[in-house]
Design a protein around this ligand. Structure first.
Ligand code: G6Q
Length: 549
């Protein structure tokens, strides 16, 4: 438990921010830039290869001073140290939170219950590397002697979103002679479509599940085994060559029929949504190879060290976390848009949705007291420039304030004529348009008739961050993911909530278990749900059974 501390909204730093907000909320970015044209450079930080321009935020030096004071008053420094020391900061599950140990260099020491976990992390990485090299070189073959050409990761949530995102993000570095697919949904269509054109003799399944009990993953894994055996004339021995597991639960892996020699382990101090750099990344390593995977881990580690050691005023995750608090809690902004101008990052917003919202979508403090302030905003987004031709309208001219994170790279992995400069011109233009808008006078001066002027005015004063890096590499991807991980932790510390549990997903799971037999039973079941749920179940029993024919 945490020591009794003053509730967040009663702290002097919070009150000072409330007053300060009232004083500056009408100030326009046009004025702020006019007063200090140098803020484009002074409100920017470069660290570990990422450049953050946060000058187009509705802040002054005083705002920053107060936000940093809030961070100090919230004990952020001590809480960061507690995480890195392996303290059981996930208090509702009694666990340490040590994704940072997954990327600690060989030789580092991080203790969990007195035991250094780093050698174990590297032992698994070494086993993964050896296995990956065998598969990629064709040494590890399928049951019939054919080379493995297809890899299907079966997992959901934290055991899917990271691998999918990383595969898409790092496709440029992947072995193009191999096919990678990801099955997560319990909807049979997901599996059916994933294997439609695959030859079982050339297909390796990775069953990725921390608990090895998740309904979706276990159902898909059983279906995969049936599909494989059907394709390989029912020879049970084939399973050992075509199935590997990633899990913390050796017993359940063995029970499922996967040899634990083919299991890659991780630990209960790795949260699902923080696990893409653990053995859950096996599909990523198969795609990009062990060296690139190590570069990814090194990127994570560099950002970890930056977060742990940099002063808060130059600390990228801390600054981004504090800015999000400024908008969510003082401007009442309900959402934050993440807009990568990089096609390979097309699944990055979806990945971040879990990282941010499953972590900080909480309504009670660490002490179990209901909060009287907002917690996680809704994170969403799409790659630019596509979003510009759809929802950006609302960001520019709608009634809501939507802070944006723009992410872009100076160099394209696929340089082609003018494409890249056009892409970058667009990202710079968007943040400029959002910040400065277009006044009625400017619109009128263009000869716009009076009645049309209001429609064409852009109020501006819409904040954004711009994150730039040289090129999207495995190392940079690690840094970007760690940036958001630690931004989420910064938010969680200030809101005094636990970012590392997810009890909110439990109720629906438990109720589904109750409904499954009610849908499957031959006899008409006695239903005692609410009137709506009873009617839905009856309707499905009637129509679903009929259409099964
Ligand atoms: C992530 C969550 C959740 C989890 C999935 C899959 O932080 O805990 O998304 O990753 O429910 O769980 P298993 O890996 O245990 O199958």
């Amino acid at each position: 438990m945490t020591e009794a501390i003053t509730p967040l909204t009663a702290r002097p730093a919070w009150r000072a921010l409330t007053e300060h907000h009232a004083a500056i909320r009408e100030r326009h970015l046009r004025e702020l830039f006019a007063e200090d044209p140098g803020r484009g450079e002074s409100l920017a930080v470069e660290a570990v290869g990422l450049y953050l321009d946060y000058s187009k935020n509705r802040i002054t030096d005083e705002t920053l001073r107060l936000l940093l004071q809030l961070a100090e008053a919230s004990g952020l420094r001590a809480r960061i140290d507690a995480m890195f020391r392996g303290e059981k900061i996930n208090i509702t599950e009694g666990r340490g939170v040590l994704h940072v140990a997954l990327r600690a260099p060989r030789g580092a020491t991080i203790l969990v219950d007195g035991e250094n976990v780093v050698p174990g992390v590297h032992a698994v990485l070494d086993r993964m590397s050896a296995f990956v090299s065998r598969v990629r070189s064709g040494d590890w073959r399928g049951h019939t002697g054919k080379r493995i050409r297809n890899v299907v990761n079966i997992g959901i949530g934290g055991s899917d979103l990271g691998p999918v995102m990383a595969y898409e993000a790092l496709r440029h570095f992947s072995d193009r002679s191999m096919t990678f697919r990801f099955v997560s949904n319990i909807d049979g269509t997901d599996f059916a479509e994933a294997v439609l054109d695959l030859d079982p003799a050339e297909t390796l399944f990775i069953v990725s599940s921390k608990t090895f009990t998740t309904l979706e993953t276990m159902t898909n894994a059983r279906t995969a085994r049936e599909w494989l055996l059907r394709g390989l004339r029912g020879d049970e021995k084939a399973v050992a060559r075509h199935f590997v597991a990633v899990s913390t639960n050796a017993e359940k892996v063995a029970e499922f029929g996967i040899d634990t020699a083919n299991m890659f382990e991780f630990w209960d101090w790795v949260g699902g949504r923080y696990s893409m750099d653990s053995a859950i990344g096996l599909s990523t390593m198969l795609a990009i190879g062990p060296d690139h995977f190590r570069a990814l881990l090194d990127g994570f580690h560099q950002m970890d060290e930056h977060f742990r050691t940099a002063p808060f005023e130059r600390n990228l995750p801390v600054l981004m976390g504090l800015l999000s608090i400024w908008y969510v809690n003082f401007f009442d902004a309900p959402t934050i848009a993440v807009l990568p101008y990089e096609q390979y990052l097309k699944r990055f917003p979806a990945y971040l949705q879990q990282l941010t919202m499953e972590s900080n979508g909480k309504r009670v403090t660490l002490d179990g007291v209901e909060v009287d302030y907002q917690t996680s905003p809704i994170y969403w987004g799409e790659p630019g420039t596509n979003g510009q031709h759809s929802f950006y309208q609302l960001i520019h001219q709608g009634t809501r304030l939507i802070p944006c994170d723009f992410i872009a790279f100076h160099k394209s992995l696929n340089p082609m004529g003018r494409h890249h400069d056009l892409l970058l011109a667009n990202v710079f233009a968007q943040s400029e348009a959002l910040a400065f808008g277009r006044t009625p006078e400017e619109v009128r001066a263009e000869g716009t008739p009076d009645w049309l002027v209001p429609h064409r005015v852009f109020t501006g004063n819409r904040p954004s961050n711009t994150i730039l890096a040289e090129q999207l590499t495995p190392e940079i991807l690690g840094k970007l993911v760690a940036l958001y991980e630690h931004c989420v932790y910064t938010q969680g510390v200030i809101w005094n909530i636990n970012p590392f549990d997810q009890w909110g997903v439990e109720l629906g799971k438990a109720l589904a278990q109750r409904i499954i037999p009610e849908l499957e039973s031959e006899q008409e079941p006695a239903l005692d749900h609410d009137g709506s749920t009873n009617a839905l179940i009856r309707r499905h029993r009637k129509i679903g059974k009929r259409s099964k024919g």
